[in-house]
Structure formats: C-alpha cells, structure tokens
Design a binder for this molecule. Sequence first.
Ligand code: PLP
Length: 390
Amino acid sequence: MTSALMPTYVRADATFERGEGVYLFDKTGCRALDFSGGAAVLSLGHCHPHLVEALRQQAEKLWHTSNLFRITGQERLAERLVRCSFADVVFFANSGAEAVECGLKLVRRYHDENGQPERYRVITFEGAFHGRTLATLAAGRNASHLAGFEPMIEGFDQVPYGDVEATRTAVTGETAAILVEPVQGEAGVRVPPSGFLRGLRKLCDDEGLLLFLDEVQTGIGRTGRLFAHEWEGVAPDVMAVAKGLGGGFPTGACLATRAAAVGMTAGSHGSTFGGNPLAMAVGNAVLDVVLAEGFLDGVQDVAADFVSKLAPLAEGNNNIFNELRGSGFLLGLRCGPDKTEVMESLRRRGLLVAGAGDNVIRLLPPLTVEAAQIDEAVELLAGAAEALAA
Ligand code: PLP
C-alpha cells in the first residue's frame, strides 16, 4: 500500500511500541538497546518516571492557554535556565529550528536598535546544521538540503569550521553575529580545535558582534557539562537549545543576555505553542534531574568509561571503525564500510545508533545510561565489527 506520509525520511523498517530507559520494545516484546537517543533528544531515556509523573500531573490540570496569559511553569523554567547559564531572558519555542530562528531575528533587532541596521549578516561554518526552515537552511548552506528550495534567504556567509582567522577575514561592516555549534553533531560529530570558541568570543568583542551558539544538540548535559561552551569557559550572547530540554516532549528555547535581547519587545516575536504548560512541566522535570548535585559529574565518569572501551574498536586494524570522536555522550565512530551497512548490522543485533555526516555513526545514549548497558553496547559494536570484517 502507498504510504499517506510525505516520503521525506529514509526510515529503518522497525516500529516500536514501548520504551523504558535505554531500551525500546517492539510489539513482539523484542528489545533493542537505544543509543540513537531519538536524535540526541532523550536526555533521560524513554519514559523516565519523574518526567512521566510531571507530564501526567500537568495533563490533569491544564494543557494550554497560549501566551496571551502568564504561564507559571514557563516563568519557572525561564528563571531556572537563567540561574544556571549566562542568560538573562528566555523565549520558548517548540523545536531546535525555531529556537535558532528566534536568535537570528534577535541579532538583527539588536543592531537595528543600536542604530546599525546595515549589520544583518551572520557568519556560519561549513558543515553546520541549524534546522530545516528557510532561514536555518540558509545558515547551514548544505547544498543537498537547499536543492530545489532556492532562492536561498540572503545574509549568511560561511567559513571553515574551527578556523578563527578565516572568520575574522569574513567580518565586514554588515556582519551582525557569528552562529556556531560547539560540536557539529549532524556533520559527523566534529569537535573543533581547543580555543575555537574563545577565539570567536574575542573576535565578537573586538568587532561588536554577537556570539550566537547553537546548543540544540550539545546542550542540557549531552557533553557532560550543562552547556558545551562551559568547557571553554566562554559565555555567548545568544544560545539556542532544544532536543534534551524536553527529553522527548517537543520544546526549544532561545536564551540571551538582556543587552542582546534589547529589541525583543512586545509583538516582535511569538509562538502559539511555545512554552506550553505540558512542555514546561517536562522541561522543569528534566532540570530537576540534570541539575541535581553530582548528576553531571556522574555523566562525565560514565562517558569517560565508554570512551575508554570504544577506543580499542576504533584502533583495531579491520577498518570497520577508524576514528572515535566527540565529547561526553555525543560520540561518533567513523566507519570504513558505508555507515548504513554498519547501522543495519547493529540493528539486527539489537543496538540502535544514529547516522551523521562523514560516514559517522553517532552514539547518543541517555545521560542516565549505566555501566552495564555501556558494556552491552560495546559488545554489540565489537560483534558487528567482527562480522562485517569477516
Ligand atoms: N541545530 C542543531 C545543532 C541540530 O542538531 C538540530 C537538529 O538536529 C537543529 C538545530 C534543528 O532542530 P529541530 O529538528 O528540532 O528543528
């Protein structure tokens, strides 16, 4: 039968009925170890009891009012995000692309308010992924994503990732901001050279630009710190987060300093569903867990253990995996054979992983994954590598 869905995705032929922690179950009860993490969304795994309870309680009270009224959970989540970050103010959206769009509008308004409306261009990086709306597509400049959707929205300049000097050269009197992922997830878990974000921060300060971080994938503990930029000890002016913030409930947020958000006045931006009570209840519940004393230290320890067990796989001489990349639980293994063949072999063995650019498979377990489940994943990876090499 022809599907009624637009065929925009290439899907694995698998359907799941139930999830519990790091496991997914199909209707026959067959279990898979889920290291695809719903594309880096499942910060606390499937159906975490604290999130389920928060959502259930909210669902019995109030689902939606729209932003015509004050929303208690939204004010609370904004205050908590502000308290644990560089930001002073937050706008809630429903997805990563929308959070980035908000930031792109914000940087234009900032310069407009400051009497420099000619500063509207944003520098982005080769390999970047910021979403699938028209503006975020233009920011990413991925030719295959743009094919047939041109003309591309104007106002983006692109330079090689990790190259501060090339970025400096690209700055003109029209540049408003630099938009960058601290680690490029979709491009293949590309980690920039140490000091890259610090270099960009200095460049922004020298040139009066806003530093806009896309932490949609890296944020909310994925790299072992609440936000990945903390590893470099720099603070942005604007930041988009999404994925892990809702732990599977669609939500996103654009965070900014009060100075950067000067133009985001009443009526300047909006979203019917953004900051909806259900999403905010889950977002607050995610923070209850992730911000608990010692939680992120534990993530770093288990992630380091995972890396030490994965490294021999990437160093083996069968060339099934030839490079290990990443930070915390945003890890990538570059494959020798086509990654889809590797992913299929892993899926048949019961391990789900996510694909990425540069022939990389991403390993994105929940932050709550346990050592025994890490061992199980490493064993399945080793088994698949051996079978593929044979
Ligand atoms: N930015 C980054 C860094 C992402 O990884 C993604 C999604 O993968 C997005 C933005 C877009 O998020 P969404 O698909 O929720 O719109």
